[in-house]
Design a protein around this ligand. Structure first.
Ligand code: HEC
Length: 101
């Protein structure tokens, strides 16, 4: 019985991690990308819509870790495979530069 519950849990957990099909316009600026793709969860200024868990200001993650988080997602955050190269690195800079709250 435990195994069945565990299996159901795994299916549920993995089905919630979905890649976002968001694709930025070729000339989209990082502020635009953030407001289109991230603000719904993280708030307009990265202050977090649902409290500290979603707060991005004052993150202790390195550039590389932020970049990985956007490309690979996490258990609770979708991955954004279509944000790439310059736009990705500009977005990372943007996240790092969010004013502390
Ligand atoms: C569906 C909601 C959702 C969206 C949309 C979303 N995130 Fe997240 N994000 C989360 C959650 C939940 C966490 C915290 C849990 C975790 O770390 O996995 C998180 C964590 C993060 C972290 C790690 C913060 C830290 O200090 O640990 C970064 C960086 C991040 N998100 C950046 C982004 C960026 C940039 C975008 C837009 C491209 C984005 N997120 C879009 C839900 C979301």
């Amino acid at each position: 019985m435990k195994k069945i519950i565990l299996a159901i849990g795994l299916v549920l957990a993995s089905s919630t991690i979905q890649a976002s099909d968001y694709r930025p316009a070729a000339d989209a600026k990082p502020a635009q990308i953030f407001s289109d793709a991230c603000a719904s969860c993280h708030g307009d200024w990265g202050t977090g819509k649902f409290g500290f868990l979603l707060k991005l200001t004052g993150t202790t993650l390195s550039k590389e870790e932020i970049q990985n988080r956007i490309s690979a997602g996490s258990t609770m955050m979708p991955e954004f495979p279509n944000i790439k190269k310059e736009q990705l690195s500009q977005l990372v800079d943007y996240v790092e530069a969010l004013p502390p709250q």
